[in-house]
Design a protein around this ligand. Structure first.
Ligand code: FE
Length: 351
């Protein structure tokens, strides 16, 4: 069965969730779709270039399957390709857009289909922009657009069954810590393979909801920091150990930068959830400052965790999904490997 990412009733994308494929008869599809939607989605048709209603849509939001409402792409990855069809450089999540070889019309192409209902969406080509180099070429008729502030309208009952949709509060043997230590692609990759860590999510903290998106945060004046939210089992790995790794995985004496990544969004910070976490971080910084390990004082800021905004789907598990990307090869993978080499006992052996 397909492994998909879905929106929950809070309008958050969660997953992967195992859900059954949607299989309808031709008559049922004809009843559900307009004739033009049926021609494209179910009969592999193509709309005329420069005629689609979503070609020039620049409103932030989500593009879902017109046949089954499965979220497929976001406006964050939409770009102007000049081809006359809506174009994206990345799917909202790996399983949501399926691929298969297409040898029709004497060409060798890769067809893209909805991961749940199998509806024909278009094709994907390898002449797209960074960071993926891919161009997903879509038919507007295959898509259904939902503005960013109404993603809860796409809520799927199956999404409510996932652990990711559970409350972020500490419960029993589950706790969370939110660290900022430079680019979240790197920090996420460094913490993902730790024994006792069940989830690491990239996101934004310190600014407002309205600017909690990659384009705005990259500008450097939203007060957000790129952060990771670590969900861990304190019975297996302690906050003290996570703090040791956090300070080891970046340079906490660099003010508002990590290497070539410069700006307040790359500041060193811990976003504490309560007074216990705050005291633990203060004690750790005092110990490290007194240890003589650093030639300059630690500038890591302590900031209250008022809200965590998950980063766009294409940022999650970025290093794992984009292992050949130059920044990942040059920075994230070496950083994760160094941390593992220095603390092998903390990492899962299959890593
Ligand atoms: Fe679909």
């Amino acid at each position: 069965m397909p492994q998909l990412h879905l929106f929950n009733h809070q309008g958050e994308l969660v997953g992967p969730v195992t859900v059954p494929a949607l299989e309808l008869t031709e008559d049922e599809w004809r009843a559900r779709l307009t004739p033009e939607q049926f021609r494209i989605l179910r009969a592999h048709g193509t709309e005329r270039a420069f005629c689609g209603t979503l070609l020039d849509n620049k409103t932030p939001g989500v593009y879902a399957c017109a046949g089954c409402r499965l979220p497929l792409f976001t406006s964050d990855s939409k770009f102007h390709s000049g081809t006359g069809w809506p174009s994206f450089f990345q799917a909202i999540a790996p399983g949501n857009v399926a691929e298969r070889a297409d040898g029709s019309f004497g060409m060798v192409r890769v067809e893209i289909l909805c991961g749940r209902c199998g509806g024909h969406l278009g094709h994907v080509f390898d002449d797209g922009p960074r960071p993926t180099g891919l161009r997903y070429c879509l038919n507007s008729e295959s898509l259904d657009f939902t503005p960013a502030d109404r993603t809860a309208d796409l809520a799927d009952p199956a999404a409510e069954l996932t652990p990711a949709a559970a409350s972020p509060q500490v419960t029993g043997q589950s706790a969370q810590a939110v660290f900022a230590g430079g680019c979240f692609w790197c920090t996420e990759a460094a913490f993902e393979q730790l024994v006792g860590v069940s989830d690491v999510e990239s996101g934004y903290c310190g600014g407002s909801k309205g600017t909690a998106n990659y384009k705005a945060v990259c500008g450097g004046d939203t007060q957000h920091a790129e952060v990771i939210r670590i969900t861990y089992d304190p019975g297996v790995i302690s906050l003290d150990t996570l703090l040791n790794l956090f300070f080891d995985a970046h340079d906490p004496t660099q003010l508002n930068r990590q290497g070539n990544d410069v700006g307040t969004q790359y500041r060193s910070a811990v976003f504490y959830a309560d007074s216990t976490q705050k005291a633990a971080v203060e004690a750790k910084i005092a110990t490290l400052n007194a240890s003589g390990k650093y030639r300059k004082p630690i500038v890591t800021t302590l900031e209250p965790l008022t809200a965590f905004y998950p980063a766009e789907a294409y940022h999650q598990d970025y290093a794992r999904h984009n292992p050949t990307q130059p920044y990942i090869q040059g920075h994230a993978i070496p950083k994760a490997c160094q941390l593992r080499a220095r603390h092998p006992e903390l990492f899962s052996p299959q890593g």
